[in-house]
Design a protein. Sequence first.
Lengths: 291, 325
Amino acid sequence: MSLDLFVQLLVNGLMSGGMYALVASGFTLILGVIQVFNFAQGEFYMLGAFITFGVMSTLGLPYPLAILAALAGIALLGVLFHLAVLRRTMIHGFFHTLLVTVAFGTLINQSALLSFGFREGVVSPVFPGTWLMGSIALSPGKVVVIFGAILVMVALYLFMKTKMGTAMLAATENRDVAGLQGINAERIFWVTMGVGSGLCGIAGALIVPVLSASTAMGTNVFTRSMLVVLVGGTGSMSGALLAAFLVGVLESFAFHFVGQFNLLAIFVFVAVLLFFRPGGLLGKPLPIPGQ
Amino acid sequence: MARTTKIALGIVGLLLIALPWLINPYVLQIVILTMTYSMLGLAFALSLRVGLPRFDIAAWWGVGAYTTALLMQKANMSFWLTLPIGGLMAMALGWLIFIIAIPRGMMVFLLFGMVTAMAMQQLFGSVDFFGGWGGTGVVPQPTIGSFAFAHKPELYYLGLALLALNLLTYYALYNSKIGRAWNAIGSSLKLASSVGVNVVRYRIANVLIGNFFLAVAGSYFVAYSLVAVPDSFGFQSSIFVMMYAVVGGLFHSLSGPMIGALIVTFIPEYLRVAKEYEPIITAIAMILIIVFLPMGILGLADRFRPWLLWRRRNAAKAGAESAGE
């Protein structure tokens, strides 16, 4: 394998790893704090990509504004979904909330299929051209996506250090005790939902200039995010980050060697890993309902 | 069993046997589909009894379908032989996955199930041996001697027999020692393990039995569709199966999935909306049902049961009084 190919595969892997990291950490956040298995996460990502496409191509606004629009739009959607549906379903337990997110994801997916079909939302690349480093050609767009994803993860890390973030973690640890400390659980819940889905919105916005927006992208990313959550350990944020890049790179190389069997290859890898390390890469996962 | 229940079951049984003469072939076709979906929903409700939501329904359904299709097509085997072979295949393959997933708890099982469903569809689609994304070629019809199951009524009776077998097995299991252990696990995991119920082993037994009947449903699916296509066994199908259980009522492991499948399959047929709006309407209906009717249609019936009993008791009392006069 030539160095050029190796670097290309690595960059592709890191790029998709960045997307998985954002989607999976949003998922883990929601699962840990509200104890909701958010199935619509992948569709939020897809919708974020289409919002970016719409803002850029239809309204003709610049890329940074489109990212903001995707973030705000998807975060708002998540909050509204929580207030209108999830909040009422939570009293019936874990399984009902899971099903309602499944239905919501299907609703988004089918509505998108109805309005876009299998057409793809293509925007002109924001960072065109290639960087040449000796014999290695790099696409700046992909590198920007990787760094963008890392930047968002750093922002999320800083957010978790704020008062709100600490309150979220407290609610994860023990909801009743957190309530006794004067933490408003209701507010924590909708903020978490907003942050968790907003992460998907940003991920969708980041990827659009490199890969175009399509209705199938949500399901694809969600499957991989589930593998990421399995590898990282359910409920562990740093585990999710590490696992995301691992799964992304692995998938990229697997795709080169075994073609469309890449998902199967990763699946086998995850099964073997879980056999030897039940708690995922970083060990001890957070308590999850219904173990 | 109460006498009224017996009579009601008898009437339903007679109606089911007479059904091919009562309805037209198109509706019978939908009934056949509903019976397959009921079997899938029953397996989902089965695993829910031990607190494990399954997302891999479509995968094992597909394993049964592909085993039957390939054995009949390539090895010229009889349908009746492929039926148990498919079931055992799904149990053997499932065991490999469950032995890893189930000891790790519900969440890992759930995620594993999801990925299994997707990976299995990809496997069916991309390996040439399985016939690729276009599916296996035409599969021969099941036969007994020279009699072929070629028409809707015969296929309907075949499905009815398989569904009855499925129901009876589950009914017997639910009322046995195993079923009581399952109930204990479902109501409290910690309590169950503290009184000596081997949670992992009972859970594995539960999902493996489910796997067997899922594969049987898959074989039956091939018997009337005469082809196995990867897209039928996608993850989307698993989601629909969950919907049957929810719409019917989660606390009714036997009747819930069947009633749910009946409603979910028949309502779009009679709504007369454009085909492409159908999934959207189903999804909205599902959200509304979960929010406003969390215990399903049968849960609604449960709510009215005390009222009905009260009325019957009053009527009986009134009858006794009038007889005494």
